[in-house]
Design a protein around this ligand. Structure first.
Ligand SMILES: O=C(O)CCC(=O)C(=O)O
Ligand SMILES: [Fe+2]
Length: 250
């Protein structure tokens, strides 16, 4: 762990879903040139919004609207429009979906509820000194009001569009969340370091053009970004419906 793959590898996907491995790295799903031009576009278009555990973003995150569904869907509509306009030519969301679809041998579409689409993805911009505290992601337990909470085997797909000068690694602990860990929850975001005390971990460098598929039930954090160059990532969660279809959301 982590494992490098170039094409669909059934056993790796099964290991990821079962929790035997925590992540897969798929190198170069998009060229350096495309990443540079997408990063330029993003940096000249984003609005600064703050939220738990992150500094700057484009997109709507379900975790910010656990108890306000109406607001989540109205913000998702706005941010989806912004994303559509931003990515008129090369669309990195389509590129991630295509890769996920090839790996899982299944089509993937954006989740919707009563005809309202979920947010396509989150773009996150982390600057010098920014980090993300240790946490895990899973809306099965936390967001029962949303359809996506019923989807099984939720995973996270993250494409790195710009690497920072140094730092910004994704640190993944060899420890999965369990319900008893809730007593170690931080009031704002994430968990106390007690939950991962003594656990081994792996570090994934945010390399431009690389896609990471993470089982986000493993505790993870983002190490502090160092230097003038921002860390830019684009990602979504995805899961499988009862009809064995894949759906993405953020
Ligand atoms: O940007 C990353 O490396 C990981 C972000 C994250 O916490 C997630 O995708 O669940
Ligand atoms: Fe996460």
């Amino acid at each position: 762990m982590p494992t490098q793959i170039c094409q669909a590898q059934d056993s790796k996907i099964k290991d990821l879903l079962s929790g035997k491995i925590h992540s897969l790295e798929i190198p170069n799903i998009i060229s350096q040139f495309e990443c540079d031009s997408l990063s330029k576009k993003i940096l000249s278009n984003y609005e600064t919004t703050s939220g738990p555990g992150l500094t700057t973003k484009i997109g709507t995150s379900l975790s910010s609207y656990i108890y306000d569904k109406t607001k989540y869907f109205s913000n998702a509509q706005k941010s989806n429009l912004l994303l559509q306009n931003l990515f008129s030519n090369t669309n990195p969301i389509d590129k991630i979906k295509k890769t996920v679809s090839q790996l899982f041998q299944k089509e993937i579409t954006t989740a919707n509820e009563d005809g309202m689409p979920y947010s396509y993805c989150m773009i996150r911009i982390h600057k010098n000194g920014d980090s993300v505290h240790v946490h895990r992601d899973n809306c099965n337990f936390e967001m029962p009001d949303y359809t996506v909470s019923k989807y099984q085997t939720q995973l996270s797909a993250i494409l790195y569009l710009q690497s920072p000068q140094s730092g910004g690694e994704l640190k993944i602990y060899h420890k999965q969340w369990s319900k008893s860990d809730e007593s170690h929850r931080h009031p704002e975001f994430g968990y106390s370091y007690d939950v991962i005390d003594g656990s081994n971990y792996d570090m994934i460098s945010p390399i431009t053009g690389n896609l990471v598929i993470l089982n986000p039930n493993f505790y993870h954090q983002i190490e502090p970004v160092l230097g003038k160059k921002h860390r830019i990532s684009i990602g979504f969660f995805f899961g499988e419906s009862r009809e064995k279809k894949l759906y993405n959301w953020s």
